[in-house]
Each structure stands twice: as structure tokens, then as C-alpha cells.
Design a protein. Sequence first.
Length: 486
Amino acid sequence: MDRHWFVLFLLSFAPLPIWSQDYVTPDQFAFTVDTDLVYGVDTNYLGSVDTLRLDLYKPIGNSDPRRPLLVMVHGGSWLGGCKNDPAGIVPMLQQFVKRGYVVASVNYRLGWHKDDFVPGPVAGFGITPWPEAYRSFYALDSAEIKRAIFRGMQDVKGAIRWLKARAQQDSTCVDKVMVGGESAGAFIALATAFLNAPSEKPTACAALPDAPSPYGQVLNATAFECDYQAFPVDPGMLVRPDLGPVEGVLNMNGYDASVRGVASFYGGVPWEAFDLDWLQGPDTPAVYLYHQTCDGVVMHGKGKPMSTLSANCNLGAYPWHYNYPDMYGSGAIKASFDAMIAPPEHTTDFEFCVPFDPNLSLIECPRYANNGSYHFTNDHALRATHLATFLEPLASDPGSCLNTSLRNGPKDTPPRLFPQPANEVVLLTVPSPVQKVSFVDGQGRPCKEVLSPASGIDVHDLPSGPYLIMVTMGSEVRSVPCMIAH
């Protein structure tokens, strides 16, 4: 028998080819979420092991067999936040899965070593009018912030490789992967997209002298997976080892961690991005930058994170930003692109707001407090439309994955099913002509059978849930799992 591929188009009602999907129009699809998928384990800043998880959002009814994948990274000062925070990254995730993207929301290692002495009242300690979590904001030195970004970047790169390896299962395209993030997560997303050579590794991420014990009034804590955790510190937890290669060590499975596009929502890069030339080169992806110009947490231009609030609105607490590194926000990144002879493809989505006037702190601090320090996504739907429009040429490019979706393959290649979850349209690639396709439900009961499928099988009558599809090819029966969701 000829060793070629037969592709079964199991009932498509769309007049366009199945891969001609619109990835800009909002609210096209319902979706499912696979939660707490483990993509790896690695040691955090204290040398303890963190189990790394992600949530995977999949559209229901998008028949594109090679859907774009957007990997999103939550914020939280590299100390807190989580992948499923409804007040954080989730609204943007939902904007994109409803447009047809497969979206992964990634947790990553959090935390950094704390200062060994604070010469004044510690925010969040004693009678200072701050939440206790502010006791965690006093970093040992600027290297600790860069190391936190680097660890997060390594984790996200590992997650991308893990997701690429299961592209067939998720009906995604390994050549249509984008990464994005908010705040601290945007720093990690930009590093993931830009930093890909050993020469670009910051010196702060090499081995450093051990950290001293943290000052008694500061708090050695994180909110990993939105679960508040405080840690006692013993000398064995204060080692600062070399953080390893730029690509990390998770899921070295033959796939790379490259992306086609990156979206930064009020994030930035450390100065090494300019000094070590992260931002340019033929492999630099398309870049989207969103920022409010008077952001009081991550400067739109250049500055230390939180310096506006820490210096001017500290309510008598000792400022916590002094040991933070200088960072370059979206405005500085844009200026760098403008100075390049051949900049990467990029777009900006800047919102002007009146900058903080330190001479009027009594007025300005309440204004910032009442406006989220201008450090948030103003109008998720509008920003998602801007970003989706910018990414559309990449998301809907029919040529990116055509060579991997319908290529010749050996006869012993297992059947492949897409999209997942299925709604009314199912595609199955098989290495031989099919005599019969049978559906078995999650309790092992046969529930549907089609002989010699040619024009298609209507699966809308099957209830939502897991199935096993038994594919009969001559004397051979092969199986492939299927999820149906209506």
C-alpha cells in the first residue's frame, strides 16, 4: 500500500479553507481551560524546589489545525502574582482565547534575597501604614532583581519548549508562538524574546558571594501561585550560584524557545539589554509596547522600579527602591529602535498622562493612589484589539506550518487529531485509507461508528467529554484520544 497521508475532513461547514481563521475579531469562541499542567521543576532563589505549572486555554470551535499560541506571564514584582489571578493576567488571556488563540498562562519561580540592613522604618513593619507584604520589597542589591528576571525567563523558555512538543495535541503551530506579559511578567517576556546568546547573559547571573542574612524587620516571603509563603532562612539558603545557560535546562526536547512576537504591557528591560545588544538582530521578533507615560511603578523612560512612589509617597517608611537596578521602559525601548538602521518590526500603544510632580506630593500621591499608579492595562478590549491586529499577519499566516501539517510520513506514524477540543469540525491525519472510525466515550462505551468516512462525520450529537477514537486501517486498529466540547 502506498505510504502517503489521507486527510479526513470530518464535516466542515465553513465556506473558507479551515486555516483561514480570523484572529482579530473578539468574542468568536467559547473556551476550555486545562489547569495546573506541570511543565517542570527547578530550584528557587533559596535552593528549594518549585513545581512549575501553567494553565492552558483552548478555543471551542476553531477548526484551524495550526492555531497560534500565546504564552502570557503574570506580574507581581517578581515576588507575587499568579497565572489565574482574575484581577491580573486573566482578562487579557480571555481576550485572546475568544479570538481563537491557544493561550498558556505560566507560573514561574519567584523571589529574591533581602537587604541585611534598612536604616529607617520598614514599610509594612510595626506601625507603618503599609501592608505587611511591603516588608518583602527591600532587595539585597540590584543583582537580585536581574537574577529574578533571568530565572523567570529560563522557566518561560522551558514552558515554550514543552508546549511546542505537544503542538499536535493542542492543534497549535510551533512557528506561530508569541509571548507576552504584564509588569514584572513583561520584563520576563521581553527577556524571553530578546535574550538568546551566551554573550547576552548579565554578569549578575553568574556566581556571586553568598547573601547575608536578611534584616530582622524585612520579610523573606513570596506569593508563589498566589499562595503567601514566608520562609525562615538558614545559611544554606543564602548561596548565590551561577544561574546556568540563557536557555535554562527545562525540557531540552529538540524544540527551541524562539517566538515570532512579543507583547509588553508596562514592562521594560535592564540596562544590559542595551549594553549587551539584546534588541537587534535577524532573530528579533515583532514587538508590541503598551505603557502609560506617567507610570509610577515601571518608568516609561528610564529609572528604578517603584521610585516615584518609594521616594515621594512612602508615608514615612524608608524608601525600598534604592537597591533596585536602573531599568528602561517602553519609551526608552522605542527610542532605541528609532536609532537603529534596521529596527525590528514594532508598534507602540502609549497613553499620555500627566507626570508626577515631586514638588506637589501632597496632591500627587493621592492622584496616583486613586489611579493605580497608572500601572495597569487601561481598557483590555481595546489593547487586545490593537495587539491582535498587530499580530494578525503572524497568527493567520497559512504558510508557516503548512509544511508540518500535511507532510508525508511513515506508515507507523500514529493518527493525529485536530483541533482540540473538537466541536463540530474534526480533522484526522492517518497513514493509510480508513475503513471505519469508532467513538468510545470516557466510560468505555461505544457510541458512534462510521464506515469508510469520505465526506465527513457530524460529531455535534456527541455530548461534551473525553473520547477515544478507534481508527481501522485494513487489519490494523489505531487509537487517538479526543476531547469534544460544545
